[in-house]
Design a protein around this ligand. Structure first.
Ligand code: PEP
Ligand code: MN
Length: 370
């Protein structure tokens, strides 16, 4: 059960003290306070855990400070929808809105290689009106002999160049908790010129200790990728680990699944699950066409498979796109064969805009036919 308090209820107020006193006296119920400090207001929710089945919504709704009460199922307690369309399905970070109702594009380098390439990428993004990117510093690789990423050494110039070109959010994978500290230190050292969304990759979706660590910090939002060989439910529970520790600013990423069906693509594209995740949870949903498809093959219609699947995700309401670009794919240290080139960026953005417009028209049509 969740008690949603009136906006701007302070935890040091008399009302809140009375509420806590009451909750502390309840047998077999533990509670946990979650505060969301926004630009306009502070939202406080109190999660009741334990024997809540016998509590009545009416009785709880008249407790001091309580505005609304939501009964929740066991699953995805924090991030789930629970038939309550009113709870926020968006958050804002560094001036960028992440919601189930909008679309952000994160085009960038799978792995940082040189400052020159980073600068070319950021410059092209700015020229095309983009404020987000992806930059890999820590790369989880299948082989221990493959390039592992430049790690913390590249962070200062990546962040400085991001600031120079007006990039507000960089999606950056981390594979260990020390990476979060390194990112925080490099941001401080460079004067916080940009923001970082911590990416947890498909190989770490169920790294529970990493999830708990990342969930305990509230400074950076998180992009959690679906595990490529586990059920959707297991991946959604992984996202719930982040939220249950306190960080609800989570985007859920679809990146294709491993099957043994002899896929023509690197992974089996799962973007039909965009609306499913939006129905089950309040998380914005990201698609990663690059790691799903993994090639630059195109169909007889002249459209790259990567662009086809991007459009499929966007026309179903995806909220974020993570996509590999590279100024010189032949020199990319990781995943060059799937990267788009900088001169393809305007074309890619236009193609995405067509699909987004089609989605918005479909949504309006559905509303008219309710
Ligand atoms: C990536 O985005 O660079 C990546 C390694 O993705 P995934 O975890 O989906 O394989
Ligand atoms: Mn990659």
């Amino acid at each position: 059960m969740i008690l949603i308090l009136a906006p701007n209820t302070q935890t040091d107020s008399e009302e809140f003290r009375q509420l806590e006193e009451f909750l502390n006296r309840m047998p077999n119920i533990r509670h946990r306070v979650h505060q969301e400090v926004g630009v306009q207001q502070v939202l406080t929710e109190v999660y009741l855990i334990g024997d809540t089945a016998s509590l009545s919504l009416e009785d709880m709704a008249i407790l001091p400070g309580v505005e609304r009460v939501v009964r929740i199922s066991e699953e995805y307690r924090v991030l789930g929808r629970h038939r309550d369309a009113d709870r926020a399905s968006w958050f804002e970070y560094n001036g960028v809105r992440f919601g189930q109702d909008n679309l952000n594009i994160f085009a960038g380098l799978c792995a940082v290689n040189t400052p020159e390439h980073v600068e070319l990428m950021m410059k092209a993004l700015q020229e095309n009106g983009q404020v987000c990117t992806r930059m890999g510093a820590y790369k989880p690789r299948t082989s221990p002999y493959s390039f592992q990423g430049h790690g913390k050494d590249c962070l200062p110039y990546v962040f400085e160049l991001a600031g120079k070109y007006g990039i507000k959010v960089i999606a950056m994978e981390i594979t260990h908790e020390t990476h979060v500290e390194e990112i925080r230190a490099a941001l401080e050292q460079t004067g916080n010129p940009t923001g970082v969304m911590l990416q947890i990759g498909t190989r770490n979706t169920q790294n529970f200790e990493l999830l708990k660590y990342v969930g305990r910090q509230r400074e950076f939002p998180v992009l959690l990728k679906r595990g490529f060989g586990i059920t959707l439910e297991e991946s959604l529970n992984a996202a719930e680990y982040l939220a249950s520790e306190g960080n609800r600013n989570v985007v859920f990423g679809l990146r294709g699944m491993k099957t043994n069906m002899g896929d023509p693509h690197r992974n089996f594209v799962d973007f039909a699950h965009v609306p499913v995740v939006k129905r089950l949870t309040r998380m914005p949903v990201c698609i990663d066409p690059s790691h799903s498809v993994g090639t630059r093959d195109s169909a007889p219609d002249g459209i790259l498979d990567v662009l086809h699947v991007t459009a499929q995700g966007v026309i179903s309401g995806a909220n974020m796109i993570l996509i590999d670009f590279h100024p010189e794919p032949a020199k990319a240290l990781v995943d060059g064969p799937q990267a788009l080139t900088l001169d393809e960026l305007p074309y890619f953005l236009e193609d995405v805009a067509i699909a987004r417009e089609a989605y918005e028209k479909r949504q309006a049509l559905a509303q008219r036919n309710r």
